[in-house]
Design a protein around this ligand. Structure first.
Ligand SMILES: C[S@@+](CC[C@H](N)C(=O)[O-])C[C@H]1O[C@@H](n2cnc3c(N)ncnc32)[C@H](O)[C@@H]1O
Length: 406
């Protein structure tokens, strides 16, 4: 997803059932704010807005992924754009499985199940031996959609797909997460007159939610000291002397740390939009990257229809890199999505389609253009990969690797 911002006032209004669901979630969040003395940190709000059982955006019934607002969806991701994304990803995945001598895959946050369906077909077509394709999905509703998609598209290979309720303690194989890190809760911070404040959530007398900044103070805990060190680094990157709003990504870093710790042999690939730290905390990015998606329109009001819209931020890849290598895993590579997909042969895959078969060729060509274009997903989206027990450089990282920018 990568859309231009819109005014919330111009957005379509949800139907009565959806509004009732959102009001139910809002009431629970208001209760928590009241019980917490009138304020909760933004990461707690984001966690409930996206993952509150049955009511959150990802855990409730919202349609989420799709091509158009008219089908009730809010955004589109690479695997939804074209099966060529998964077919192309199959090549580095196959190389990582072979180089590590492993035969298992695990995908986090598998969306509609299209990536899994196309990837297992592509691996099978390449003659790659694999035993299981595990999916870790927080949302019961998405699990059901994944089951339906995979049953419809993967044929007998569907029998190799298995859902897990939690991350395994140890894993040998290839792990994948497309647009998962950007969906993890973030804390917001605002620097005003040279002093950092944590931007949290409160509610007014009419019950509507609003931002409220509280001075950030170290309380002697290890977590606060770590946060203060990160804010000092942001000061150093962004430069002093002007007001600045941004976010920090402890949950995404902790997730990466957990995944790289559990990876005893093999590789983990994360694909997402974002920047390395020096570009992320740039003086010109003074409003942060918090963004919401509703019916294919992007805007910046996270309090609009809680539970009915996506809330996301860009990924800070230097933090992800540090979290991964801290576990002893190796950085396998870091590059743009365009470079990764081109190195993996996406244009060759497109060339194999018959241009006279317009119904197949034209959508595929348009999707490839979107995946690769600098103005769309090609440059903003990055791929970072970690490994354990792999000695060779994967072909996708031989040309255009940007690890030195992390
Ligand atoms: C933007 S969607 C991307 C879905 C899909 N990968 C795609 O590309 O279409 C984010 C997904 O990440 C999942 N997610 C967030 N935190 C997660 C976690 N800790 N473990 C597994 N999945 C998670 C969400 O439930 C959601 O399915």
């Amino acid at each position: 997803m990568n859309q231009k911002a819109h005014e919330p006032a111009s957005l379509p209004v949800p139907d009565a059932d959806a509004l009732a669901q959102s009001d139910g979630l809002l009431a629970r969040i208001r209760d928590e704010i009241a019980a917490s003395g009138g304020w909760i940190a933004f990461d707690r709000y984001m966690e409930r807005a996206l993952y509150e059982p049955g009511l959150g955006y990802y855990s409730g019934g919202a349609r989420k992924f799709g091509r158009r607002a008219e089908d009730g969806s809010d955004f589109i991701t690479a695997p939804e754009l074209s099966p060529l994304f998964a077919t192309t990803l199959a090549r580095p995945v196959a190389q990582a499985l072979a180089a590590s001598g492993t035969r298992t895959l695990i995908e986090f946050g598998a969306g509609t199940g299209k990536l899994a369906s196309s990837l297992i077909h592509a691996l099978d077509a390449l003659g790659v031996p694999f035993d299981r394709y595990f999916i870790v999905e927080l949302s019961g509703e998405l699990r059901e959609r994944q089951r339906e998609t995979i049953a419809a598209l993967a044929g007998p290979l569907a029998a190799r797909v298995e859902w897990l309720d939690a991350l395994p303690r140890q894993f040998e194989g290839v792990a994948l997460g497309n647009e998962v890190l950007d969906a993890m809760p973030v804390r917001l911070f605002a620097r005003r007159a040279g002093h950092w404040h944590e931007r949290g959530v409160t509610h007014g007398p009419d019950g509507t939610l609003a931002f409220e900044d509280r001075p950030f103070a170290e309380d002697g805990s290890a977590g606060a000291a770590q946060q203060a060190a990160l804010l000092a680094r942001i000061d150093a990157e962004a430069g002093p002397g002007f007001d600045y709003v941004t976010e920090t990504h402890a949950a995404a870093c902790a997730f990466t740390h957990t995944v790289c710790t559990m990876l005893t042999r093999g590789a983990a690939f994360f694909i997402d939009y974002g920047f390395p730290r020096h570009e992320y905390y740039h003086p010109q990015r003074a409003q942060g990257t918090l963004m919401c998606h509703y019916r294919h329109r992007a805007h910046d009001d996270p309090f609009l229809y809680p539970g009915l819209q996506d809330i996301t931020t860009h990924v800070e890849f230097t933090g992800i890199f540090e979290a991964g290598v801290e576990t002893g895993a190796d950085l396998l590579g870091y590059t743009t999505q365009a470079r990764f997909l081109m190195n993996a042969g996406i244009t060759d895959a497109l060339a194999e389609l018959d241009p006279l078969d317009a119904a197949r060729f034209l959508p595929a060509a348009s999707a490839v253009q979107k995946l690769l274009s600098e103005a769309e997903m090609g440059e903003l989206f990055k791929v970072v990969a970690f490994s354990r027990g792999i000695d060779e450089t994967l072909d996708v990282f031989v040309r255009g690797d940007r690890s030195h920018t992390l």
